[in-house]
Design a protein around this ligand. Structure first.
Ligand SMILES: *Cc1c(COP(=O)(O)O)cnc(C)c1O
Length: 465
């Protein structure tokens, strides 16, 4: 029986003194943690019988160095979204354009008049920075922004429906995702839920009944962004709800979720309800996300009647969900682009991607496929293929956007391995498997992203050699 191989593992300080680790480059604490974890790993391997003898000290030092590099790399990283889903919630929803990113950068590096009135030299309100432009763009009397739309809905309900009976269609008691369920958020806000109608049909008469016989004091409408009821259905139009609200003096509150500001900004998605349209139809308050169809930073925006918005600003929940200065700066910069529809369409990346015509995507897919074919010769076949892209962000779930992708079909090995290899690239590339091919959709790729895709492919064959 030979001596215990665990004893032959180098001591911590000896490992740390090996050339691979002794050099500069990583903070001491990172090196120590990497060395400790590497030794623990080697110990586990020896105990499980996976190794015949302890690894050489230099090999362990190399492993520890690689671990230190992993520990030092930022955890939140840029990835290439080749999924064709424009507002991909898991990949950060709307990418910001240059103007918005620069505004956030400037706000981050210095002080600002965030809550300071420069003219009077006194305390100001952070809502002031976007209120006027939101009113200008949507036709609202007043506006405010909070941290996200979930917060905007909570503030709206807390301020305007707290302690009151709010009528909501049974077909609109939805879960938006991430545990945000309309009945739960109502309960948290202190609003009492009055369910109206049925899952598939809710008529104005159902709401009238709720007002006249069940004491409804608020009308709430929720845009069921992420699911659709099809078939034998009926939905009560905002116009009818608004008339009912006016007749009885009740506010009509609308959680629009993924709001485009107005029709002209998304010519290809005319079926999509808009913020300005909802106000014109008579909603008293409309709330929507900053990083869905608006194409801005994470934010929740509420627009509508002045008295209601002012009550929302005073609500303690508005303080809980307040927007931070970086998002506010990016939001203002995004909104300013909307003053010129052509500029908005070109400079707000989400709008440009959503509006991209299929022919343009086809030409780009063919060019990218040709480049990838050269790199991946003998590994994959590469073709430009038509795809069905998605809006994402819980908007228009059944709406396909006709797009184009480079389709990579591996000659040997599985498509799952190919997909994983692109995901493991230095700049990870997230594509989509369809049948036996990996699709890299052009709609969601910037020019820079296309270079990253080609680099990822080069890295792949470099490894394979
Ligand atoms: C997305 C969505 C929300 C939540 O918005 P966030 O900005 O993600 O907080 C709320 N309501 C509806 C209808 C939505 O679509």
């Amino acid at each position: 029986m030979s001596e215990n191989p665990l004893r032959r593992l180098p001591k911590m300080d000896l490992l740390l003194a090996r050339p691979a680790l002794a050099g500069e480059g990583f903070p001491r604490a990172v090196l120590v943690r990497a060395a400790r974890e590497t030794l623990e790993e080697a110990r586990r391997e020896l105990l499980s019988g996976g190794l015949s003898g302890p690894p050489e000290a230099d090999e362990l030092a190399d492993r520890a160095r690689a671990r230190a590099a992993r520990l030092s790399a930022p955890h939140l990283r840029r990835v290439v979204n080749a999924s064709g889903v424009v507002l991909h919630t898991n990949l950060g929803r709307a990418p910001l354009g240059m103007e918005a990113a620069r505004a956030a950068y400037d706000a981050a590096l210095g002080y600002s008049n965030l809550e300071y009135g420069l003219e009077a030299g006194e305390r100001g309100s952070r809502h002031d920075h976007v209120e006027a432009i939101l009113c200008e763009l949507t036709g609202a009397e007043a506006a405010m922004a909070v941290n996200n739309n979930a917060a905007a809905v909570l503030v709206m309900l807390s301020a305007l429906a707290g302690g009151k009976r709010a009528a909501v269609s049974r077909g609109e008691l939805v879960e938006i995702g991430g545990g945000f369920r309309v009945p739960d958020i109502m309960a948290r806000s202190g609003a009492a839920l009055l369910e109206v109608g049925t899952t598939n049909k809710t008529r104005i008469a159902d709401y009238e009944h709720a007002v006249l016989t069940r004491g409804a004091e608020v009308l709430l409408k929720v845009h069921t962004s992420n699911y659709e009821i099809v078939g034998f259905t009926q939905d009560t139009p905002l116009e009818e709800l608004s008339a009912l609200g006016r007749l009885h003096g009740l506010p009509l509150l609308y959680d629009l979720g993924s709001g485009a500001l107005d029709r002209e900004f998304l010519p290809g998605l005319r079926e999509c309800p808009t913020v300005a349209g909802a106000l014109r139809a008579g909603a008293d308050v409309v709330c929507f996300s900053g990083d869905k169809l608006l194409g801005g930073p994470q934010a929740g925006i509420a627009v509508g009647k002045r008295t209601y918005i002012e009550a929302m600003k005073r609500d303690p929940m508005a303080r809980v969900g307040r927007i931070d200065k970086l998002s506010l700066a990016a939001l203002e910069a995004t909104l300013r682009l909307y003053r010129d529809p052509a500029q908005a369409g070109a400079r707000i990346p989400a709008l440009a991607m959503l509006n991209a015509p299929a022919e343009a995507l086809k030409a780009r897919a063919e060019a990218l496929a040709a480049r990838l074919r050269l790199v991946l010769d003998g590994v994959c076949t590469v073709a430009a293929v038509p795809t069905e892209d998605k809006v994402g962000g819980g908007a228009l779930p059944s709406r396909a956007l006709s797009g184009w992708a480079a389709a990579l079909t591996p000659l040997g090995g599985g498509v799952e391995e190919l997909e994983a290899a692109f995901r493991a690239a230095p700049t990870p590339v997230v594509g989509r498997i369809h049948r036996d091919a990996l699709l890299l959709a052009l709609r969601t790729l910037s020019a820079e992203d296309e270079e990253a895709v080609v680099d990822a492919a080069k890295g792949l064959v470099g490894k394979a050699e």
